[in-house]
Design a protein around this ligand. Structure first.
Ligand code: PMT
Length: 407
């Protein structure tokens, strides 16, 4: 049984029917030896009492932001600083919306905004509220901000409806807490990882361009995973509307030529990963002025081939120890990707099927085939974050023997 002795968990309880499960969570944490401090939102006080939680935790339970006594005893900033982990359970739709948008109008939301500690949230709400686009947008924002979510589980809800929305069971939340409180391995500390992401934009004239549907989600997910493993992470990104992942060095670019220049400028690197959907062609002779519509005759665009960034870096010097490409295919997915692996000189290539209807461009999930000289691994469909984590863990393992040899 993993001990949590010496660890402090700050449990923030939102106002939902699932708040009653917080009692069991406090009990489990105490059994493991953790210190549990608790904040109740005003709505949570309608479901559970400070007295019962105080008896279970053996600690004062905090409720009001503007309590002079509380601020003197333990200010809200201090509450989050003194914790090793913040756990929001239940994370109601309202509390998640506040977290995603940086609102700070009560003790719970102020503490969440003021913290620099990791946050685990266990969502619990009505299934329609969970499925609402606004909640799903907030979920995406929170994930991008590094908040770890556990649940919600599927099942019958207090309101009589079925579907996702039930808070994860206290035992499952405890497992996540234990994992998050373990010292994190940083196998890529001291290593540099360069990642390209998003589309490129190739201008036609001052107001028009050629581009594609890449959202940058896959590349940004890989960058987040690289930061988590301790790498110095440079993200060279075409124009996307995603938040910059914390801890990355961001280099925004527009065209394939800009992306190549930025990549060359970031060498040497230990690992380079080419997720960007680079335009294969640019317009030869970009018009200085906006092209005019002339009667009945559309302009003929003449295209020139763009440099292959991946192939240039893979065959250049100094070459990163590991070069990883992606292959976006609509037919003969693995066969075409294997040809690209050889032609472009990379060590690994992740092939994904981007046919219409696959939802890979712009979506949150991906199904990749990891191809190397030694064969093909078919990964199941998963969240792009999970693809990023698996890939970076694999790459860290590939570097590890060389690192040991050098020591
Ligand atoms: O951004 P998302 O919406 O999350 O979508 C993710 C994705 C579908 C864009 C991503 O998973 C992906 O497949 N990226 C590669 C897109 C692509 O351009 O594939 P390609 O098969 O045309 O190119 C093969 C490889 O060469 C890629 O690593 C690409 O970055 C690289 N390349 C291509 C052309 C070029 N001029 N320079 C390059 O470096």
């Amino acid at each position: 049984m993993t001990s949590l002795a010496g660890k402090t968990v700050l449990l923030i309880i939102g106002g939902g029917i699932a708040a009653y499960k917080a009692h069991e969570l406090v009990r489990l944490l105490k059994t493991r030896g953790a210190r549990v401090r608790i904040i109740l939102t005003r709505a949570a006080e309608e479901f559970v009492t400070p007295l019962s939680l105080s008896s279970l935790s053996g600690e004062k339970v905090y409720t009001a932001l503007f309590s002079l006594t509380d601020e003197v005893e333990m200010g809200h900033i201090q509450l989050s600083r003194a914790a090793d982990l913040l756990v929001v359970a239940p994370a109601t739709a309202d509390l998640m919306a506040k977290m995603a948008n940086g609102l700070a109008d009560d003790l719970a939301s102020t503490t969440l905004l003021a913290t620099d500690k990791r946050i685990l949230a266990a969502p619990a709400m009505n299934v329609r509220m969970w499925r609402h686009p606004a909640t799903q947008r907030n979920v995406e924002t929170l994930k991008r901000d590094g908040v770890v979510l556990v649940g919600p589980a599927d099942g019958e809800m207090a309101c009589g409806e079925f579907g996702p929305g039930r808070m994860a069971e206290p035992g499952e939340i405890l497992d996540h807490i234990i994992t998050m409180l373990q010292p994190r391995a940083q196998p890529l500390a001291g290593r540099k990882v360069v990642i390209t992401a998003g589309p490129t934009r190739e201008p036609i004239d001052p107001v028009r361009y050629i581009s594609n549907h890449s959202s940058g989600k896959q590349g940004y997910a890989i960058a987040r995973a690289a930061v988590e493993l301790g790498a110095e992470t440079v993200l060279i990104s075409g124009p996307v509307s995603l938040a910059i992942p914390p801890g990355v060095q961001m280099m925004p670019v527009e065209t394939a030529q800009d992306m190549l220049t930025a990549c060359k400028g970031e060498m040497p690197a230990d690992i380079a990963i080419f997720t960007a959907a680079v335009a294969d062609w640019r317009v030869a002779g970009v018009a200085v002025d906006k092209l005019k519509k002339s009667a009945g005759k559309p302009p003929a665009l003449s295209l020139a081939e763009n440099p292959d960034i991946l192939a240039t870096i893979a065959r250049g010097s100094p070459r990163p120890e590991i070069v990883v490409g992606f292959a976006a295919e609509t037919e003969r997915v693995t066969e075409n990707a294997m040809e690209k692996l050889k032609k472009k000189g990379c060590d690994l290539i992740l092939a994904n099927d981007v046919s219409a209807g696959s939802g890979v461009f712009g979506g949150d999930r991906n199904k990749v085939h990891l191809i190397s000289a030694s064969g093909i691994e078919n990964w199941p469909e998963m969240d792009k974050d999970e693809v990023g984590r698996r890939l970076m863990e694999r790459l860290a393992h590939m570097l590890a023997p060389q690192q040991r040899a050098a020591e």
